[in-house]
Write a protein that binds this ligand. Structure first.
Ligand code: ADP
Ligand code: MG
Length: 672
């Protein structure tokens, strides 16, 4: 069988539709994707004599089973499998937790090799897995997989395609490889997938990280080059009109908001394309700043758009913008995935002929059918939720469009530049006056009574409550509180109250209806998954309870909490969790102790540096497969420089040395 690099995984032995689907879930569609699907760590399956092991070390120990294995069950779906293993002259206790099925593979008087953690004081091993007795001195790769795909299956497939590594070209240009000791693609693949030893694995990883950053930077800088920041169109907005907006606001802008608005105005007036990032903690009032930007663009004779990552958020923005700008005769439309075909056709026509001044929407805005008459300003909310290509597609809908991106994740200026290509940053550091800091507490599930008391107290005062949980439907694999069950239980407990459920999988229309009912006070308790994470703004809701809070990232918890504390009432947030490990406890302590998003972001980055696998996706920064923007910041900066030099010399990547990088970028559908 002859395979080619970009063949579908379906061409492989052992891949049927089901496995293909599971692979797709991990972003693996082709042989190429498999080759570059790197392990996130290795297990050193090296057999060591007991005497050489230190406390807490992970290793393989080999011995003879000397007692019958016993399995005891306790708690909810928990079990312990125990037996004794004679190693050299010592007898060691081995425990496997929650893997009762291993029992069948353990026979008295037979040799056995166990990979696990050694506990010196107790002369015991906490087993992680059984290994083949002949697997000496190897680094076994560990991949991040899903519940639909087993490590072993993935490993087998990767082994199957490994011979194709020599068909790859090189992403990293030759001079950079020479000068900085980076490896070829083939060396990277082999070194990552089957490292000889730790040093070889580390060398390959360094190159893999640079390669990944370099591709990202090529893509980003190509986008910037197309929308060259040098030229732009000056927007001559009408100050008297804008002043009327200020007079109509129910509040005065904070100092930081005023400053951000002024900075944006200066950008708009310049004949240079704006590329500004607006950073502000949750609840700091970024939306009204966006409204100023859009209105001024409109008074200058341009259209403006605002793209948000979720329908709920787009809907809320729409309501707010309409409330503020409709009195001035601005025509505003909402366009999302659930806009009806008829309505969509109308919006399309009115955007194209310029009748609509401002459009708010989701990804639906970037469909090819959407054309503007004269788009002058594009605002992207929660911009890290969008890829570079999506931002490019939006900007391509007008000529030298000014761009404003908004985020609640504070990042340093150099990162803003290298990750998003933003050249200027505005910060809103202070919250609007009159806000009372949210009182937060971390409680364990034994302390739920305290939480229920608080719920009763606040409901009696007419306030509303968010209850957040990480999962939707009951799953046998976990004992997490799930949203449906929680809703049923709360409804039974609070008989007088309306308890509703909101989840991400509901059709957009239904979500909007529920949110509208909650905003109108018709729902007292809203049980939700993290769909309410961004943007939702209901000032009367002042209590939030987050179940299994340790399942969320630090920044995500902060985002969630940002849904309350928006009115003048004292707000309360309870993080309910029974974490087992130190880092999880630390995170809960931090988030319960401060409301300062800038401080939390710094802590989050610090903790993530310690290798929190899920941190990045939740922190509001783009995700890389191997690279960590904090830990590998030097490589990121170097990659940015390499991409710049490469594109300056060869803007369309037509030279032979850049052919493979161009091919890869095209394959990823992010280039040209
Ligand atoms: P975020 O920065 O999280 O997007 P929003 O723009 O949703 O914050 O603003 C949060 C809430 O604060 C909104 O209800 C908004 O109307 C209100 N708000 C914004 N600016 C001010 C201000 N200067 N004074 C009082 N309330 C404000
Ligand atoms: Mg917002």
């Amino acid at each position: 069988m002859s395979l080619a690099l970009f063949d579908s995984v379906q061409a492989l032995t052992g891949v049927g539709p089901k496995t293909a689907q599971a692979l797709k879930g991990l972003g693996i569609n082709t042989v190429y994707d498999l080759l570059y699907y790197f392990p996130f760590r290795y297990e050193q399956l090296q057999t060591l004599p007991l005497a050489e092991l230190s406390d807490g070390q992970k290793a393989v120990v080999k011995g003879i089973v000397v007692t019958e294995p016993t399995v005891s069950y306790y708690g909810y779906h928990r079990s312990r499998l125990s037996f004794k293993l004679q190693i050299d002259h010592a007898v060691v206790m081995v425990n496997f937790f929650n893997q009762p099925w291993l029992h069948k593979q353990i026979t008295v008087n037979k040799p056995l090799a166990v990979y696990g953690t050694f506990q010196k004081a107790r002369l015991a091993v906490t087993g992680m897995k059984l290994v083949a007795a002949n697997s000496d001195d190897k680094m076994a790769p560990v991949y991040s997989v899903s519940q639909h795909l087993h490590q072993k299956t993935l490993l087998k497939l990767i082994k199957q395609v490994l011979p194709l590594a020599k068909q790859t070209g090189n992403v990293i240009p030759a001079d950079w490889r020479d000068q900085r000791q980076f490896l070829t693609d083939e060396q990277i693949i082999l070194g990552m997938q089957t490292p000889k030893d730790i040093q070889a694995g580390e060398a390959a990883r360094r190159s893999a990280i640079f390669r990944e950053f370099f591709l990202f930077e090529l893509q980003l800088q190509h986008l910037l080059h197309q929308n060259s920041g040098q030229t732009g169109i000056a927007k001559h907005y009408q100050l008297p009109a804008v002043n009327e907006l200020t007079k109509s606001l129910p509040f005065e802008l904070t100092h930081d908001q005023k400053q951000a608005v002024n900075q944006i105005f200066i950008d708009l007036k310049q004949p240079r394309q704006m590329r500004r990032l607006l950073e502000g903690d949750v609840g700091s009032g970024k939306t009204v700043v966006a409204v100023y930007a859009m209105y001024s663009a409109v008074t200058a004779g341009y259209q403006a758009c605002l793209m948000a990552p979720t329908e709920i958020l787009a809907h809320q923005h729409f309501e707010k913008v309409q409330q503020l700008l409709q009195p001035f005769g601005v025509r505003i439309a909402l366009l999302t995935g659930s806009t009806s075909a008829k309505e969509k056709a109308e919006i399309q026509a009115e955007l194209a002929d310029g009748t609509i001044n401002v459009v708010i929407g989701t990804h639906a805005l970037i469909q090819p059918a959407i054309k503007f008459n004269r788009l002058g300003l594009a605002i992207i909310d929660e911009q890290h939720r969008f890829g570079v290509n999506q931002r490019r597609d939006l900007l391509a809908k007008g000529d030298k469009v000014d761009q404003l991106s908004m985020t609640a994740t504070p990042i340093p200026r150099t990162l803003a530049l290298s990750l998003y290509g933003q050249t200027a940053v505005s910060e809103i550091r202070q919250l609007p006056a009159g806000r009372k800091p949210i009182k937060s507490a971390w409680v364990t599930s034994n302390q739920l009574r305290e939480v229920l008391t608080k719920m009763k107290e606040q409901l009696a005062q007419g306030r509303q409550i968010y209850v957040v949980t990480p999962l939707i439907a009951a799953s046998e694999k976990t004992d997490l509180k799930n949203a449906q069950e929680l809703q049923a239980r709360l409804a039974a407990y609070f008989k007088e109250q309306t308890v509703a459920l909101l989840d991400g999988q509901m059709p957009g229309e239904q979500k909007e209806k529920i949110m509208a009912a909650f905003a109108a006070g018709q729902i007292n308790i809203l049980v939700a998954t993290s769909v309410i994470e961004v943007g939702v703004d209901v000032a009367n809701a002042n209590l939030m309870i987050i179940f299994d809070a340790d399942r969320f990232g630090l920044s995500q918890l902060h985002q969630l909490r940002g849904r309350i504390g928006r009115g003048t009432y004292q707000s309360y947030c309870y993080f309910v969790a029974d974490p087992k490990n130190e880092q999880a406890k630390q995170r809960l302590e931090i988030v319960a102790s401060t409301n300062d998003g800038f401080k939390l972001a710094a802590e989050d980055l610090k903790l993530r540096g310690q290798g929190n696998l899920f941190g990045q996706a939740q922190s509001g920064l783009p995700t890389f497969q191997v690279g960590d923007i904090v830990q590998n910041n030097d490589l990121l900066m170097l990659a940015a420089q390499a991409a710049k030099e490469t594109l300056t010399a060869d803007p369309d990547l037509t030279e032979a040395d850049h052919a493979y990088a161009a091919k890869v970028l095209k394959y990823k559908q992010t280039f040209i």
